[in-house]
Design a protein around this ligand. Structure first.
Ligand code: HEC
Length: 213
């Protein structure tokens, strides 16, 4: 009974926590360059007008293997070493939303549920019977429906948005840890080297012992 009361109090005081737990859609992100690049494209067109990714530089996109021509189009006259800055000045954001939209560099690590949270949040927009826009995951969010889920009724178009959101969170997951692939690759080299070394030592040991026998 006491547990029930605690849960009830928590739920009524922070509707966010309970809504989040109830409705997250689990998502497996893609790690291939094509998907991450499509996600970057959507981010540049639909999110960067409000959000920055201050820990990611255009050069990181080049290193990951994205199309150089696309990167040049995204960065315009900014240098390769510039971070992905938002195009909205802080003062304008304060005026519109009363807060500065959060930086997205580490967003998939920052929220419980990670990529699944961001995916569900982006697709969680709906139109209420009164014609207002709501969000199932973050009911009081001040962010408008950037992908347009709340005004999309056709199933095929909704699927398209799901694909877009998936690519987008694949990009954000990469951005939160851009050197993971390199670390994995290094891991294979290290293991390969250790196996080689073990075999070599084994051969040496056999030679030495064959002389002693
Ligand atoms: C018109 C401005 C605007 C656009 C465009 C926009 N956002 Fe936001 N976003 C905001 C604001 C404002 C907030 C803060 C919401 C709040 O705390 O109420 C926010 C918050 C977020 C959050 C954090 C939610 C949380 O749990 O605190 C994520 C993730 C996010 N946006 C992702 C995106 C992505 C991805 C896109 C592109 C598809 C995007 N946003 C486009 C304004 C925008």
């Amino acid at each position: 009974m006491r547990k029930f009361i605690v849960v009830w109090v928590l739920c009524s005081s922070t509707s966010l926590a309970c809504a989040t737990e109830a409705k997250l859609e689990n998502i497996r992100v893609d790690t291939n360059v094509a998907a991450v690049e499509r996600g970057a494209d959507t981010l540049m067109n639909s999110c960067r007008s409000c959000h920055s990714l201050k820990y990611i530089k255009y050069r990181d996109l080049v290193s990951f293997g994205m199309d150089k021509k696309k990167i040049d189009a995204w960065r315009g006259d900014q240098p390769l070493d510039a971070p992905l800055a938002s195009s909205m000045p802080d003062a304008a954001a304060m005026q519109s939303f009363g807060l500065i939209p959060p930086d997205l560099s580490l967003m998939t690590n920052a929220r419980e549920g990670g990529a699944s949270y961001v995916y569900s949040y982006l697709l969680g927009y709906y139109t209420t019977p009164e014609g207002m826009t709501g969000n199932h995951i973050f009911p009081d969010t001040k962010m408008p429906d950037a992908l347009g889920m709340s005004v999309t009724t056709e199933l095929a178009q909704q699927d398209e948005l799901r694909g877009k959101a998936r690519d987008l969170v694949s990009f954000l997951t990469w951005a939160a840890d851009p050197h993971q692939e390199e670390r994995n690759r290094l891991g294979y080299y290290v293991i390969g080297y250790l196996i080689f070394l073990t075999l070599l030592l084994y051969v040496v040991k056999r030679q030495i012992w064959s002389r002693l026998n």
